[in-house]
Design a binder for this molecule. Structure first.
Ligand SMILES: [Zn+2]
Length: 157
């Protein structure tokens, strides 16, 4: 028998965890600056929602990207995807930390697709930090954002 709504309600716990990832302050400041610099180049004439992202690789290189929209709406690309493309195009494949810069005072969490894209190049404990226009930040990990991510090793089974 399929579970009823009230049956499910009894089992659902409201879990709201905030993971604090220890982070070097300068590292966050530098990545935030790179993300906001990239945000300035956002091509978002349809949404006018400008996003920037910056990655520090596991070996210390940095790459940034902005969202790139298209008149053919589904072809638009998120800032995280652009930053990942820049990283991979330059021969790097391990994200050490990714920062996402919002255009307003709300945290801009990565969309579902970007969580998968980040997980491709990151381990569960890789920090993901959202920063707002005025500099507030929220730190978590890709494992928190995308538990049980599907990764290359799943294809071996
Ligand atoms: Zn996205």
């Amino acid at each position: 028998m399929p579970p009823t709504f009230s049956h499910l309600i009894g089992k659902v716990k409201c879990i709201r965890r905030v993971t604090k990832v220890p982070m070097k302050k300068n590292n966050l400041e530098q990545l935030s600056q790179l993300a906001f610099d990239a945000q300035q180049h956002s091509h978002s004439p349809y949404s006018n929602f400008k996003v920037g992202a910056a990655i520090e690789t596991s070996t210390g290189e940095t790459f940034a990207g902005c969202n790139v929209e298209s008149a053919a709406f589904p072809l638009g690309q998120c800032a995280e995807a652009t930053a990942i493309g820049n990283m991979v195009s330059n021969g790097h494949k391990r994200i050490g930390h990714i920062v996402i810069a919002s255009p307003n005072e709300e945290m801009c969490f990565p969309c579902g697709g970007c969580r998968q894209k980040i997980a491709e190049f990151a381990s569960d404990d890789t920090p993901v930090t959202m920063v707002t226009k005025s500099g507030d930040s929220h730190e978590t990990t890709i494992g928190e954002l995308l538990p049980n991510a599907f990764r290359a090793h799943d294809l071996d089974k």
